[in-house]
Design a protein around this ligand. Structure first.
Ligand code: NAP
Length: 239
């Protein structure tokens, strides 16, 4: 059986590393991301199909994923990796969008993609869904109530999907990264980043490849008895 994966937010950071790891394992990889120039450049650099898609857009997700499957064939691995932060203390979050955008991009996106691709995976009797949550969704984080709520919500959503699909050969799991060096963390204040890095028992920040290796395993045929789990990849920072 040909494995074919869709990686959201796949042109950069952790998503790009996941795409590489899956391709290395012989998976046909298709990437979607939100900025057209980045998508175009990614397709040029890697030769992989890449499409513009805002995963928080319910209707666009449905039509774009239908187009992608019509062109490339059925997708049987879905990696929900796209995510954003809009940090701030709750009592200072004056704009509704600061809450809503983070919930829409990080959490509703998973509903949007799974409802479209999950149906086919169930029918065909095989699939792998991996959702990139966060250590901060497990433990909470100062200034990240919106993000932590979205990432914690993703865990409940994943466990429910896992139950609904377990008898159909489809697994659904979360990977919960700790601090990984990407554009997202580079946007943090350097002193805070340094403080956080000092708390990591293995003595370094994570690399995108640390997450990608776990995702690649969960996407493999060998991982068929693992479902509804949250795999922490955080250097021991939160156990
Ligand atoms: P990143 O470098 O910012 O990459 C995220 C990618 O998702 C970017 O290409 C981004 O595009 C894209 N994206 C943003 N909004 C989107 C949308 N509406 N539709 C489609 N794509 C969208 O972040 P990362 O650090 O690799 O993070 C990847 C995932 O891991 C995220 O879900 C994040 O929450 C999670 N995570 C990261 C860390 C960490 O320490 N880095 C820790 C825990 C969890 P643009 O940036 O071009 O807008």
């Amino acid at each position: 059986m040909k494995r074919r994966a869709l990686v959201t937010g796949g042109t950069a950071g952790i998503g790009a590393a996941i795409a590489e790891a899956l391709a290395h394992d012989g998976v046909e990889v298709i990437v979607v991301d939100v900025v057209p120039e980045k998508v175009e450049q990614y397709a040029k650099d890697t030769g992989r199909p890449a499409y513009v898609l805002d995963v928080s857009d319910f209707d666009k997700v449905e039509s774009t994923l239908a187009d992608i499957e019509a062109k490339h064939g059925h997708i049987n691995i879905l990696i929900n990796n796209a995510g954003i932060t809009r940090d701030g203390l709750v009592h200072k979050m004056c704009r509704r969008t600061q809450w809503n955008s983070v919930i829409e991009v990080n959490l509703s996106s998973v509903f949007n993609t799974v409802r479209v691709l999950g149906a086919g995976m169930r029918e065909r009797g095989w699939g792998r869904i991996v959702n990139i949550s966060s250590m901060n969704g497990q433990k909470g984080q100062f200034g990240q109530a919106n993000y932590a709520a979205a990432k914690a919500g993703m865990i409940g959503l994943t466990k429910s999907i896992a139950l609904e699909m377990a008898s159909k050969g489809v697994t659904a799991n979360c990977v919960a990264p700790g601090f990984i060096l990407t554009e997202m963390t580079k946007a943090m204040r350097p002193d805070i980043l340094e403080q956080e890095a000092a708390k990591i028992p293995v003595g370094r920040m994570g690399a995108p490849e640390d997450i990608a290796a776990t995702v690649a395993f969960l996407s493999s045929k060998a991982a068929g008895f693992i479902t509804g789990q949250v795999i922490a990849v955080n250097g021991g920072q939160y156990m």
